[in-house]
Design a protein. Structure first.
Length: 354
């Protein structure tokens, strides 16, 4: 593969690779941009069919973190890391300590956090060898699992989407379809149910679906059926690239507002949604709640102040204002919300360059 071609196409800064023979570590840290501050982003620990996919995943996600931080006025750049999961037996603690030493060697240019396949205990292991980590236990000055904050932010963004697309200030009776009810999706369903929303959900894991059905009265549908449900809002909270040529024509909703990253399969699919009159809350703007949380944790770790979840919640609540501003600007110019969000980010990055 042409690595520099990938870096050029995504306007990249730097990429770091690490291999540790003793633990089997093979890891990539992608640092997209640091104009607004040190890069911050989660560590993904999953199986990749081949190394190129791991690199592309890290690059795309790191760029998304730059945009997420900029659109949210968070003083950080975008970074992401991936650890290629070993095929055979391995010592998880030793592997994550080796990864922590890799992060420490970057001297604060990259700060890691939890992501797919990693957990709070993994962050604690990393913390044993480097301070450049967030999402650790509360008793160690951390904030723990960021999923509830991500879900709260998505709920606030979803409220803005409902206001913009339906003229409604309340979610009581609003029908939301949720694709993926893992960590973030579950907490989103909890947030929505507490406000009286009607839920229809799907997931690849039957136990997860049964949980939200039993706790929140959700209706269950198959993975391929979720797109055609006649509802008000579709909330993608699983894999990315779910909005494409096949799924968009099936949608019977007024708005899309979910936690998944990279929801549009291609930029032109934003145009397809606009043509159908479906409001789209740009993914990196609406799912920034977890980033607000870990960024606050990192700032407090530097100042040695106490972590205050209520203050973080106040900041995350402003995602409503972000989505509303994007929607208002898009309405005035008749452009896609994705283009407007990108333009706001580019304006802020250009200003930081001066």
């Amino acid at each position: 593969m042409n690595v520099f071609q990938h870096l050029t196409s995504l306007e990249f800064g730097e990429v770091h690779f690490a291999r540790d023979a003793a633990t089997g570590l093979r890891a990539i840290v992608a640092i997209h941009d640091t104009r607004l501050g040190p890069s911050l982003g989660g560590c993904r620990f999953i199986t990749y069919p081949h190394e190129e996919l791991a690199l592309v995943d890290a690059l795309r996600l790191a760029r998304g973190m730059t945009y997420k931080a900029a659109i949210s006025n968070i003083p950080h750049g975008g970074g992401k890391s991936v650890i290629l999961k070993p095929a055979g037996k391995f010592d998880r603690e030793a592997l994550f300590k080796a990864f922590g030493r890799f992060v420490d060697g970057l001297h604060g240019r990259y700060i890691t956090a939890e992501d797919s396949g990693t957990s709070v205990p993994d962050m604690e292991t990393i913390r044993s060898v480097t301070p450049h980590v967030t999402g650790v236990k509360a008793e160690n000055g951390g904030s723990g699992d960021p999923s509830p904050f991500t879900a709260f932010g998505v709920r606030r963004g979803l409220e803005a989407a409902v206001q913009l697309s339906m003229g409604r200030k309340s979610l009581d009776g609003v029908h939301v379809t949720v694709q993926g009810v893992g960590h973030v999706g579950y907490y989103l369903c909890k947030e929505l149910a507490q406000l009286g929303a009607k839920l229809t959900v799907t997931d690849v894991d039957q136990a997860r679906m049964d949980r939200v059905k039993n706790e929140f009265g959700a209706t269950l549908v198959g993975n391929e059926d979720i797109f055609a449900v006649d509802a008000d809002v579709f909330a993608p909270c699983a894999l990315g690239a779910v909005l494409d040529d096949a799924t968009i024509p099936q949608l019977k909703v007024k708005a899309i507002a979910g936690a998944a990253n990279n929801q549009l399969a291609e930029p032109r699919h934003g145009e397809a949604l606009l043509a159908r009159g479906i409001f789209y809350a740009p993914d990196y703007a609406i799912n920034a709640g977890g980033l607000y949380n870990v960024a606050a944790e990192h700032e407090l770790s530097r100042t040695r102040a106490a972590y205050d979840p209520e203050k973080v919640r106040e900041r995350v609540s402003k995602i409503y204002d972000t989505i509303y501003e994007i929607g208002e600007r898009a309405k005035k110019t008749n452009e896609t919300t994705a283009k407007i969000a990108d333009r706001i980010v580019e304006e802020r990055l250009a200003k930081a360059s001066k």
